[in-house]
Design a protein around this ligand. Sequence first.
Ligand code: AMP
Ligand code: MN
Ligand code: MN
Ligand code: MN
Length: 282
Amino acid sequence: MSTLCYDLHSHSTASDGTLAPRDLVERAARSGVHVLALTDHDTTAGLAEAEQAAGPLGLEVVRGVEVSVTWGGRTVHILGLNVARDCVALEDGLARLRVEREGRARRIAALLEEAGIPGAYEGARALAKGSILSRTHFAHFLVAEGVAESVRDVFKKYLINGKPGHVSGEWAGLAEAVGWIRAAGGQAVIAHPARYGFTAAKLGRLVAEFQEAGGRGLEVVSGSHAPEDNDRMATVARRHGLLASSGSDFHGPENPWRELGAMPRLPADLRPVWADWGGQAA
Ligand code: AMP
Ligand code: MN
Ligand code: MN
Ligand code: MN
């Protein structure tokens, strides 16, 4: 059995993380991670820097991405692991999602302005420093403005469904996103499946459609799951014959409760997504 530490879900400044790809990789190596997937939202822009930084550190970087999907009227995240460089289908698809992000950001800012908070587009844009614009950037701006105490607070008061600054993006279709990932030779994995608040029946429908499209992985262990969620998702993986993945969903050192590589191990009876990977990662 492999004793390597895999962390297959993380973010850098290329999306809504706070560490540059190079600093993320260095931190992962210091934290004892052997194999790290950088999975920024809707972009592969951070991967080259991460790969370059990893070489001398003896850490393996897996080229990843976290694709925004709209399914059943809700946003769902699909991870792509081991995606090839310069795959036109994937890159064109992600480019379309980034255009959607830009339009959504304008709509969020307009709603916040109506709620008495002007300048949010410019504020979030400045914090994003040229990367994709995510709700996290809006949250950091609103905290800096003193509108709320914490990022978590901003989400609760302004940015989630039913709140004044909420705009549901129109993301990729499920089969479409899985198709892009497979076109790039990657493995598709349903990210943090317990986070969506789906009933068992609805999650079962998501998994069935995902498998129909060629998806095979479930993020059983996630830094954004409670321990009992991991157990529940292990059961789902067993029932549907899914490969199991594990990731911290690390966004930066300001959330010290979610450290790189610091997740519980996958249950030993599950087949990990990395079972068939070559090289060090096998
Ligand atoms: P977006 O893809 O722009 O809609 O932003 C989604 C991101 O916001 C997620 O990837 C998380 O990093 C962050 N996020 C979502 N919900 C919350 C929450 N309740 N508290 C803190 N961060 C959140
Ligand atoms: Mn995020
Ligand atoms: Mn996510
Ligand atoms: Mn994530």
